[in-house]
Each structure stands twice: as C-alpha cells, then as structure tokens.
Write a protein of this length. Sequence first.
Length: 350
Amino acid sequence: NSFRPVGVEHKLGIHASPTCVMAYEDATAELVGQPNQGLAHMFVMMNAARLAVGMEGVGIAERAYQHALTYASERRQGRSVWTGQANAPILDHPDVRRTLAVMKSKIAAARAICLSTGVAADLARHAATEDERRQWKGREDLFTPIAKAWSTDIGCEVASQGVQIHGGMGFIEETGAAQYYRDARIAPIYEGTNGIQAMDLVGRKLSQDGGESAKALIADFKDTLAKLPKLYSGKPVERFANAVEAVEDATLWILDAKADAARGADVLTAADAYLKLLGDVTGGWMLAKGALWAKAELDAGNGDPVWLNGKIALYEVYAANVLGHVSSRLAAVGQGGALLERMSADVLAG
C-alpha cells in the first residue's frame, strides 16, 4: 500500500500533535468486522475515546487553574480587603479569589463526573448480577456524553478564566496561559462535537430504557438532598433543591416530547441546554456528596481539617455560582423548535 503526507495542518492549538493530510494511492482497504456494522464497531472505540477526551478537558483545566493560582499568589498590587495589607497579592482581591474558587469547583465537579463514568463502565461489565450490570450500563450510557461535553466545555471556560486572571500578561505568549486556552479548544470538537453529544443524550441515551436510568439518577439526587440539612441551612440546600426540581421537570418534558413524533424539533432544540443542565446538577450532586463525606470525617477526627473544610466550602461556591443559574437552562430546554424555525436564514442574515 502506498501512502504519504501531503501537508501539515496549521492548527490553533495542540501543536505537539502533528495533523497531516494523507494521500493513499493504490491502497487496499481491509474490512474490519461485519459488513454494514462499521458504525457499531467504531463506537466501541468512540465511547472510550469520549471519556478520555472528557478527562483531557479536566486535565487542561486543572493545569490552567494551577498556573493562574501561582500567578495570583505572586503578582502584587493594591491593598487586601481582608487584612488591609498593602502591596498584597492579587489573590486577596475578591474578584480574583472568586474566579479561582469557581474554577476549582467546576474542575472538581468535572473530574468527579468523569471518574464516576469510569466506575459505571467497570460495573456495567463486572457487577455481581445481571440486573446490577444493566443498571450500571444505563448509568454509563447516560454519563458518557456528559463526561465528554460538559467537561470539555469546563476545560475551555476555565482556560479562558486562567488567561483573565493574568490580565494583560495572559494575552502574551510568554506567560504560557494562552497555550491552555488554545489547546483546550479542540476538545469540544473532536470525538464527536459537543452538539452531537447533546443530541445523542436526548435522542438515544435518555429514552433507550424509557427514562429509567435518568429517573434513577434523579432519585439519587433526592437522596442526597434529604441529607444536606445535616450540614447546611438556607441557600446551599435551597439551590440544590431548585436544581433537582429543574432537571426533573426538564427530563419529563423531553421524554414527553420524544414520545410525540411531531415534536422532533423540540427535542433537538432542547439538547444543548439539557445536557448542560444535567451536567450542572450532576456535578453539584457529586460535590454535595463529597461535602457530606468531609463532614463525617471531621466529626470522626480524621484527615486534614483544612482540606476537609475546603470540600465543604467548595460545594457552597458551586451552589451559588452554578446551581443558582439552573432556571435559565430550564427556560432554554422549553423554548421549542418553532422559535428556531422562525429564525430563518433570511432573519439570521438580516
């Protein structure tokens, strides 16, 4: 077989990975698997790749966060609003610290979603009973598009915020902050764009078992919600309660729309907002579980109190800055396909 590279692509990021246009001349292709089953065979690889790309988003986000945190700890300007110290590190400015705290909370949520997807994949194959394996397979199928799409969106968002923390220096290649931003941008695109992940979620994964897996996940949300008042009162509990209600309403709305053949446009229009909503709430659920565990460890006198109290505070940051906005996600889920139909090519160009 004859093949040769005919050009190297000049990409926005991931420059360490050369991307080439290949020419195959007088080449013979070998059939892999059975005829007309190529897509099914490919998805054995694709599902694993989607989780790996989700972790790529987490990894880039974590590195961008660490880079920004170091810069904010070393760069000095102004007076601390907490200590009154002059020439304080910019970490002592509330907006910078808030940004870093939100970055950290989103990374923790994305990492938990990806790791939980891996656990579900293992248990879907190795749980003790067939019924348990079926249930875990449903959880794996539900989580895979979220792990890929939600986590890579977080990667881009956190990398962008990392540039912002650096201020004008973030726009200068010398600091290295921009490289994370450029490298992160491919992750929502390859191994199935995030729009494809959202359509897969609402088009297949959500309804393939009649919504059983999604309803089981929502039941887990409610179980954790019932325990939260042991640790928090007021807004941290209220925000999670509102988020669970929103994702349940959105799930039932999509399942109802999916059952009506005439509402296909409604389902696909809702896809992106629904995936983001389910990702937001799933991430909050996992951070809430982590906070409850941290409280139990503190009560038992185990572990590092600073680290454990940090997990408790991290959920509160996430609840205020992410779960507090779920109503807008729910509104976008219910906007309907007719609205987008009105936004014709002529309207968009006008």
